[in-house]
Write a protein that binds this ligand. Structure first.
Ligand SMILES: [Zn+2]
Length: 421
């Protein structure tokens, strides 16, 4: 946590009324604006001002449901604030980064020992030793599930209704609301409406991922990309939980400043924000390898692919979490990108559980997208990748930790080849 953030929190809590509001919010799991106004000394005229200041300091998260606004505390901010104050007042300096990266590794090691053969552990996590710090000292990082490219055609492995049921069941068992990023061409027929309606009825956000999944680079003009985005509006329009969040296909946001900025202006004009990914990964590639294997060997076991997927996702999550801490000085609510594919349909319950074992806490996607960080518009070129990646790139200070693209099959192929997957 940097000095300006410490000052912001200190100022937010220096007002007696705000402190009282923060206390009330912290004491309840989720509280409405109306309940806060019913407290002594709080008026409807001032409540939104106080909530705004608490929200901007990262102390609370607010979520709008229809005409109501609900608030909940973000305990991680207080924990980080306490740590920062301790650091300021302590003579002896400690390296937070070293401790946190070790904490993450401890958690990973716990999970991975359950799932992974030692050869994979060795290839994915090169450093296995570190200071003996209890993982329990660390705040639980938060993450939301976002799922891209729901589709009616999944190849031989599985029919869409079964995949849809399995994925929705895994999520609903956690009582969380995910965000579904819909690419129109994959669902633009009668069955597609059934597929999306099931998500809508589950309270999940129905968001846009363009109509044709174009790569917004050299080959795609602004005009073509804009028309394709507008075409998708009618696909998501009918749903109650339609949410004006747009996710760029392949996370590519334009190869020139002109194309990048013109499309950002269009999003703004249409009332959209970017449905950013903070934890990017190559789950799509692991699933593709699994499906290819099934085509050759229909009874191939799924476990090695599940284990690889889980280890890969936890590794990427730890990487982007640490990068966010180093760039921003605070833990942010993360958004994990997964795809609607056969492997995830089969193993999603185990994936979700593995994150919990690694001390991550699942939250509603709407909360993650309300964090101020999700309004950032990094000015990198080519634009895109994980939001954390782009923010790090923009500083110019993390070149040795950034590869381009951030994630892709080329990084996983040699490891999967070596494992015979
Ligand atoms: Zn996609």
């Amino acid at each position: 946590m940097d000095r300006s953030h410490i000052e912001k929190i200190s100022k937010a809590l220096a007002d007696g009324t705000r402190l009282k509001i923060f206390q009330a919010i912290s004491a309840s799991k989720c509280i409405s604006c109306g309940e806060i106004v019913s407290m002594r000394g709080v008026t409807p005229a001032t409540v939104s001002h106080h909530l705004k200041i608490l929200n901007e300091a990262g102390l609370i998260a607010c979520r709008r449901e229809g005409q109501f606004v609900y608030s909940q505390a973000v305990p991680e901010t207080i924990e980080a604030y306490t740590r920062a104050l301790t650091r300021i007042s302590s003579v002896k300096k400690t390296s937070r980064r070293r401790v946190l990266s070790h904490v993450t590794k401890c958690a990973l090691a716990t999970v991975c020992s359950q799932f992974l053969p030692s050869v994979v552990r060795a290839s994915l996590f090169s450093q296995s030793t570190g200071p003996k710090t209890s993982p329990n000292n660390s705040a639980r990082p938060q993450l939301a599930l976002t799922l891209d490219d729901p589709r009616l055609s999944l190849g031989l492995a599985l029919k869409w209704p079964e995949a849809n049921n399995r994925i929705l069941k895994a999520i609903s068992e956690r009582d969380i609301r995910a965000a579904l990023f819909v690419c129109g061409m994959r669902v633009d027929e009668a069955d597609g409406i059934k597929l999306l309606s099931a998500w809508d009825q589950g309270g999940h956000l129905i968001c846009s991922h363009s109509y044709s999944h174009k790569f917004y680079g050299e080959q795609t003009s602004y005009a073509d990309f804009a028309a394709d985005f507008l075409k998708n509006e009618k696909v998501i329009a009918p749903y109650r939980n339609r949410t004006a969040l747009f996710r760029y296909p392949f996370l590519k946001e334009g190869d020139t400043a002109d194309k990048r900025d013109r499309f950002r202006a269009l999003l703004k004009e249409r009332g959209y924000r970017v449905g950013h990914v903070t934890i990017d990964a190559s789950d799509w590639y692991v699933s593709q390898r699994f499906v290819d294997r099934l085509a050759k060997q229909p009874n191939a076991p799924i476990a090695p692919y599940r284990d690889y997927l889980i280890a890969h996702l936890l590794d990427r999550a730890a990487f982007y979490r640490q990068l966010a801490l180093d760039v921003l000085g605070r833990d942010i609510p993360h958004t994990l990108l997964l795809h609607f594919n056969p492997l995830n349909a089969f193993v999603l319950p185990e994936v979700l559980k593995a994150f919990e074992t690694a001390r991550w806490r699942w939250i509603d996607a709407s909360l993650a997208f309300e964090d101020p960080i999700s309004r950032s518009q990094p000015r990198t070129l080519p634009a895109g990748e994980s939001l954390v990646w782009a923010l790090a790139k923009e500083t110019g200070r993390f070149e040795n930790r950034l590869r381009y693209p951030g994630e892709d099959d080329v990084y996983e192929k040699p490891k999967m080849d070596a494992l015979g997957l």
